[in-house]
Design a protein around this ligand. Sequence first.
Ligand code: C5P
Length: 224
Amino acid sequence: NRSQPLVGMRALVTGGPTHEPIDPVRFLANRSSGRQSYAIAAALAEAGAAVTLVSGPVALSPPAGVERIGVTTAVEMLAACEAALPVDIAICAAAVGDWRPLHVDAMKIKKVAGKTMSIELAENPDILASLSRHPQSRPRLVVGFAAETGDPLREAMAKLERKGCDWIVANDVSPNQGVFGGLNNTVTLLRRDRPPEAWPTAEKTSVAKRLVAEIALDLVGEDF
Ligand code: C5P
């Protein structure tokens, strides 16, 4: 089916930030809006895939025909992704917190006048790497994102190797680019053994559709 090339396939998408609790009223988070991941989940569903969207806290409604599983922390996000396996396609677009507070206080931490305060952080699990190297259920295609502020292409190349995924969508999230929370995105698609493809700046919904078209072409050889 040309308009629905992904019928019969299962897709997993991660999106949004994670919130890592410090105490009952505070958490560590980041500026991800979830927009790009929600657009990808919607485009995959339109292409006929059965989509599970594992989402951190965002202010967006789930796209039509997508099963959304809401999570808060990176540890919860990994568990929800594991539970969604097996899938054919995994797209990790979440801005997962790299760290979580090592101890979560049961009571609100009190300030002490004139004193500095520090929070010890533990490393979070890497969901993209876990799915890419999954011993039993490695998806056929695993796509990661690389949000960089330095040299996006170089960083993304290294990430492809380090994480073991198949493709990386690299985007420049320098503050002047307005990617976080914005409607547009400027990305470069990196694939093993293929030259990088720099796509023109476009709405996140268009980037999502083009990415899904590339996925369909790769997995079922259909131009759609
Ligand atoms: O290492 P970095 O966070 O820059 O890598 C970004 C990519 O890795 C994104 O696809 C993101 O969703 C994924 N990631 C993840 N789990 C983490 C950190 C990043 O899935 N703990």
